[in-house]
Unconditional design. Structure first.
Length: 179
């Protein structure tokens, strides 16, 4: 939307809600906007309308079942090698896991997925230098990712990646792959 325009969204037969979307750089630049809605089990309908006024052009919607955060320092997780929990005044839980080097790893255990499929996983990280890591789900194929550096080792950055998860309980392992 090259102009700031609202759109109305109705979920199932609930009252529609006006969403005041910010404008994008121009009419050829796509933007994304997050809205939290309640869906019921089974088939749902999401309707967008203009209420007899101009609305933005729509490309797609992404429906993400729900967001759950998992803390790196959780006692259910598994650390190997030199990986260890350290204090951090800017980490979400006041702690973070560092020293993923020399063959170390951090495995997040008990990651719950409502169905089998590819999931967007947002990683919150600290990296005062450009660093990379390997990540894999359920002991499957590892992916290599180069992370951009954050301004310093106390500033949180976020990075999105896609992982295949199975219905039920999963594991996600981050490692340096001896790098």
């Amino acid at each position: 939307s090259g102009d700031q325009r609202p759109v109305y969204m109705q979920v199932n037969n609930d009252t529609d809600e006006m969403i005041d979307l910010p404008k994008t750089a121009n009419w050829d630049t796509i933007g994304m906007y997050d809205v939290e809605v309640s869906l019921h089990k089974g088939v749902n309908t999401i309707t967008f309308s203009d209420h007899d006024w101009y609305s933005p052009d729509l490309d797609r919607i992404e429906v993400i079942p729900y967001t759950i955060s998992y803390e790196a320092e959780d006692s259910d997780n598994t650390l190997t090698g030199e990986a260890r929990v350290t204090d951090s005044p800017t980490a979400s839980g006041g702690k973070k896991v560092g020293y993923l080097n020399g063959g170390s790893s951090l495995t997040f255990n008990k990651i719950i997925a409502p169905m089998t499929g590819n999931y967007r996983v947002t990683v919150a990280y600290f990296s005062g230098d450009p660093r990379s890591f390997y990540v894999g789900a359920n002991n499957g194929e590892e992916q290599f990712h180069d992370l951009p550096k954050t301004p310093d080792w106390d500033t949180v950055g976020t990075y999105d990646l896609t992982l295949p998860l199975t219905e039920g309980e999963n594991t996600i392992t981050f490692s340096d792959n001896n790098g």
